[in-house]
Design a protein around this ligand. Structure first.
Ligand code: BES
Ligand code: MN
Ligand code: ZN
Length: 529
């Protein structure tokens, strides 16, 4: 009796747009507010506020002098708004001398702070003026940073209100979308093709990250392996990708024992989603880069059931897979010059008479056997089959997987750095650098043959979990068994980053973060074509 969708749940729908952007060489005259950058320690009201009205210049310098405006990094302070006066939003940059060489993160943060302020004040249009950045002699320039500001604004403006009653009805399937699209004018950025392309690219990537977040936020009674397959087909149609689904019956024929074992206890059978992107330009077909993401649509823990407290957060156990959906959308939009295969093994880890049990011995796609010591170590079971299949079928140049794999990585690194494990220094370094660029920081943990002891089993090739010791590394060591040594591979354990509990700079709390989308797109862009 397959039940694929809860009758009361809406369709997945589209991610609501946040803002519309326009570049202009000089600030235009009409908008609900002007936002401008200020350092915390000084503002030269004459030179740095060029092109703004005398009223604005006076208000800003008065507010700065009075000490009411602190200019702390990441803040957006509102002044003005008295009758006849426009609002002024002061975007803090911190101390002038501490303005970083790589300011992208700070500027994204300002973008997010602006959209939050604009929403609170119900503003429909904002002019963003570089303020203190206009004559700032440090590189990079405001013009080059503007796309990062837009990126932060789109990320900061993400909200998920699909299930809230009584909001205005959006264009899609009655999904609530109360937030208006804000018109943003980026002043002192000349509207030439180069700047337009840079802006559009960054917006497409940020929108794809929000798409991943939108999917991830849907609960498990809407997003399950079957509805996710539908969504992947829809994505492929919309963004010219090739979508192939390996359903449960086919997976059984192929010997994907790990995927099947995990999905067995659910009313919705597991599946392996393959999304293929081929650049239009390339003459001969390159060996691809493969990106794999864990999509456990709900993780009860299975027979090794999790405690009740906070189990609801396990709807986010699909975030790695949702990041892959976002990545595939982004690279198609920007026309990346790399062939990329996205693989999403998806299953619901549930409790049922048919569920796999502790003590079961599972034969995996690559023929190795796994002694299931804990049914809650399910992510590695489905990823292992995906990795082995990917390496055999596509002969990839490199493979990166992303997964909310272990609580241990949350204990170790919290929600600032994600864990990185790899069989090759070069790919690990490239990912770390990409993460610095996008503000998605990675910290490498070791893989060493000595850790293999932890996964030894008396009856099978290895267990899926060897207790608490070095837990994130056990996950990496396990996955490593399913990747041929000559293929550069990296594993990102994103359990602490997928849905940060606290407000995390430009990402709001209690939402999926879309971690990995911008990071992997940056990484893919950095590779030689
Ligand atoms: N999905 C969880 C990991 C997780 C934990 C993600 C907390 C986000 C927040 C994973 O499937 C899991 O259950 N891991 C267990 C494995 C253990 C029981 C062998 C863990 O890390 O505790
Ligand atoms: Mn689990
Ligand atoms: Zn899990």
């Amino acid at each position: 009796m397959p039940v694929t969708r809860h009758p009361a749940s809406p369709a997945i729908g589209r991610v609501p747009p946040v803002a519309e952007f326009e570049l202009s060489a000089a600030p235009a005259s009409k908008a609900d507010a002007v936002a401008l950058f200020v350092f915390s320690d000084s503002v030269d009201s004459i030179g740095e506020l060029a092109g703004l009205s005398a009223e604005i210049r006076t208000s800003v310098s008065a507010a700065m002098k009075s000490g009411d405006v602190k200019g702390k990094a990441g803040t957006a302070q509102v002044i003005g708004g008295a009758i006849g006066l426009r609002r002024i939003i002061l975007l803090g940059l911190g101390k002038r001398a501490e303005f970083p060489q790589d300011a992208a993160d700070l500027i994204r943060w300002a973008g997010a702070a602006s959209v939050k302020a604009a929403r609170e004040l119900k503003l429909q249009s904002v002019i963003v003026h570089p303020g203190c950045l206009i004559n700032h002699d440090a590189t990079p320039t405001w013009e080059s940073l503007a796309p990062r500001f837009a990126e932060g604004l789109v990320l900061g403006g993400f909200s998920f209100k699909v299930y809230k009653s009584g909001k205005t009805t959006g264009p899609d399937n009655g999904a609530a979308s109360a937030d208006r699209v804000i018109k943003v004018q980026l002043a002192h950025v000349s509207p030439g093709p180069e700047n337009e392309i840079a802006l559009t690219t960054q917006l497409q990537i940020a929108t794809a990250a929000n798409y991943a977040r939108h999917l991830a936020c849907h609960p498990a009674n809407t997003v399950n392996p079957a509805t996710l397959c539908d969504e992947a087909r829809k994505l492929a149609r919309q963004f010219s990708l090739k979508c192939t689904i390996i359903n449960a019956a086919q997976a059984a024929r192929l010997g994907m024992g790990g995927l099947l074992a995990v999905g067995m206890g659910s009313r919705t059978p597991p599946a392996m989603i393959l999304l293929e992107y081929n650049p239009s330009s390339s003459g001969k077909r390159q060996d691809p880069i493969v990106v794999v993401g864990k999509a456990v649509t709900f993780d009860t823990g299975g027979i090794s059931i999790k405690p009740a407290a906070d189990m609801g957060a396990m709807k986010y156990d699909k975030c790695g897979g949702m990041a892959v959906m976002g990545i595939m959308r982004a690279i198609s939009c920007i026309g990346l010059n790399q062939r990329v295969i996205g693989i999403i093994p998806t299953a619901e880890n549930s409790v049922d008479a048919a569920a796999y049990r502790p003590g079961d011995i599972i034969r995996m796609y690559n023929g190795k056997t796994v002694d299931v010591t804990n049914t809650d170590a399910e992510g590695r079971m489905i990823l292992a089959d995906a990795l082995a299949y990917a390496c055999e079928k596509y002969r990839p140049r490199a493979v990166v997987d992303m997964a909310t794999l272990t609580g241990g990585v949350v204990t170790a690194l919290g929600s600032v750095y994600a864990g990185l494990m790899s069989n090759q220094d070069e790919i690990a370094a490239a990912l770390v650098i990409a993460g610095q660029q996008t503000g998605e920081w990675l910290w490498r943990l070791p893989l060493h043959p000595r850790y293999a002891k932890l996964l030894e089993s008396p009856h099978a090739d290895f267990t899926n979990s060897g207790g608490r010791e070095a837990h994130p590394i056990q996950g990496g060591m396990f996955l490593n068994e399913f990747v041929p040594g000559e293929i550069p591979w990296a594993h990102l354990d994103i359990a602490g980053l997928a849905h940060p509990r606290k407000e995390h700079r430009y990402l709001s709390a209690d939402n999926a973060s879309g971690f990995g989308v911008r990071l992997l797109v940056e990484f893919l862009q950095s590779l030689p074509g």
